[in-house]
Design a protein around this ligand. Sequence first.
Ligand SMILES: [Zn+2]
Length: 461
Amino acid sequence: MGRSLVLLALASTPAPAADLLVGAATADVTPPPGYRQAGSYQEVFGERAADPILAKALYLRQGDAAGVIVVCDVCGLERNMVRSIREGIAKETGVPVPAVSVSATHNHGGPMHYDPVFVALFAERARAEGREDRHRLGDYPAKFVAGCVKAAADAKKAARPATLEVATGKVPGLTFNRRYVMKDGTVRMNPGKLNPDIVRPAGPVDEDLPLVVFADAKTGKPFAALCSFAMHTTTYGGRAFSADHPGHLQAELCKTFGPEFVSVYAEGCAGDANQVNAATKDPDPTPKQAAAKLAAGFRAAKRTATTGSLAVRAGEVMAPLRADRPDGVARSKDLLIGEGSKTAGFLEQVEAYQVLLTHHMRRETGDKRPLPVQVFRLSKDFAVVTLPHEVFTAIGLEIRRRSPFQHTLMVTIANEVDCYVPTAKAFEDRGSYEVTNSPYRPGVGELLAEEAVRLLKEVAP
Ligand SMILES: [Zn+2]
């Protein structure tokens, strides 16, 4: 009896909360010159690097709670590569795999070192033509994995008591829904500027810029930030490797916070959003211009100090794949790299890609793909959600609307391969690129939103 009382007495005076420790670090994972470049259905090679391709890591710990968030300047990742990175990070940092997130900014100016369809097809074609397959050039895939792990390990070494300031900024007029309902009733991606057949955009945009700034608790000096924006990382189009606007945003924020500052930028729910404003003839923003607008939104956001309170949750959604096509594999290969590729239309090639991707994913994980969803609560008013794939903007807006947190930041293309997750409603559209690309049956986006909201509620104060 007495013993219970003592325990009760102890329980009623909670120990002071442990400090939130945060560390940030980057690793240079720039591919060698001549490595394959991402972002198109053709095989292209990067000549050199215009600016570095980085893996950026945040390490978070408070008492028993811990998490790692890594974002890479690459177009996408692949399941086995993700597993190697997450396991490597868990080993180096002691943070369990489910609390480690690895994601891509969807940068089309980065290397193609992951794509489970094209890596195999291009290797096959190179062999048939007696050419070198550049996939392993400079041992790049292994170096990429090691770089991501090193960034996380260095972030842990740099961890120190940190204070947080949070906000949701606004970046008006930079992101646009790229899918349009046309006069003939179809839905087209990027139908062209001032196209007279456009009736209206087929979906919403999200101009919010949720952000958190970490400062050294002792000196008060900010040392890192995490922010995300729902727009494709496609403002860059050159043949030299580049990190695109997230790289320029890093340079912009260093002007404000100092040269050592680490800006971790993630792509938000941008499956149907990019920088192209079809309603004007004006040129699209350059990477620098896009970064300047993001930086302006970042600086203008009124940040409020909040007390760090870390909790990490990992969940899973079982996502049903489309049916396989028994004759599909050979025909699809032909449409992408064989004779058929010479006359194939764009959507025909997109569908061929999808058939091969679906086939590959089914062989890996069966008819239902287990998809990871994570939530990192950073304070009572700020949470980070990670989602796999390129998720449509409407799904992200739905998660934010239902989130119990004042600020909810979405990180997409996390912990999984790169493909589209449209809304269930979009599957009814005719002619849609993103729906044609998606290996899933309708409803997966809504399942992801449910799981994200469930986890957010679980950690809400
Ligand atoms: Zn995309």
